[in-house]
Design a binder for this molecule. Structure first.
Ligand SMILES: [Zn+2]
Length: 231
């Protein structure tokens, strides 16, 4: 029976392969490669944020709050004093953990719009945009982070479809297509919102021409980089 652990393991297995190959092919630094893996595993649990008032969902929003607070802290480091930074970090965490989680759960149903391909795309583009705008990563690394998160997200959707489980390990009577669907047609307003956010985030994302140039500069021969000599 598959559950939360399966989602973590599944995402980690697939994403670590992608991240390792990308690290070798593009001569990424170790921190860059590690970031790809971490973000991919986060993508592997992200769709289940829509689980209502369960322990794992609370834990996920707490983790998300910590990430948001740390991101704010690093982005604001040079503008504020120590006490202000500490207070701001606390406020950001609280905002994510309570009002955002509350609003989010009011708006979503489990296996609704967040379990769809368009949501996976949104999560990827938003990640690239956030990395590019706030973390100072290169255009290429920003897009790789988005791709990695989207990869983990897609693994989650596929696993849900295969095992028909939810975050807590409870079994569902399976109706095929509740996880891997392009759009949530029953939730049209929410689906349109997801599309809107994706388009807005795309304008904030790094220029892809720049990412492609960086990719071609760094690309090395895949055969010698990836295939062992004993094969
Ligand atoms: Zn799920």
């Amino acid at each position: 029976m598959a559950d939360f652990n399966t989602h973590i393991l599944g995402a980690a297995a697939v994403v670590s392969l992608g991240a390792t190959c990308a690290t070798k092919l593009l001569s990424l630094s170790m921190p860059e490669g590690l970031m790809l893996m971490v973000v991919g595993v986060i993508g592997g649990v992200l769709p289940d944020l829509d689980l209502r008032s369960s322990q794992p969902s609370k834990a996920l929003f707490a983790v998300l709050g910590v990430f948001a607070a740390l991101a704010w802290l690093f982005a604001s480091m040079s503008y504020f004093t120590g006490i202000e930074l500490w207070l701001g970090t606390l406020v950001v965490f609280m905002l994510v953990r309570y009002p955002l989680a509350y609003g989010f759960h009011r708006m979503t149903t489990h296996r609704g719009v967040f379990h769809s391909l368009i949501a996976a795309l949104m999560a990827g583009v938003v990640t690239s945009a956030l990395a590019w705008q706030h973390m100072g990563t290169s255009a290429l690394q920003s897009w790789l982070l988005g791709l990695s998160l989207m990869g983990g997200y897609l693994v989650h959707l596929a696993l849900d479809e295969i095992y028909s489980v939810d975050f807590t390990g409870a079994r569902f009577k399976r109706s095929f297509g509740t996880a891997l669907k392009p759009l949530a047609m029953q939730q049209l307003p929410a689906s349109l919102l997801v599309i809107f956010i994706t388009i807005v985030a795309f304008f904030w994302s790094p220029p892809y021409q720049q990412a492609i140039t960086q990719l071609l500069d760094r690309y090395t021969d895949w055969q010698s980089a990836l295939i062992p000599t004993w094969l």
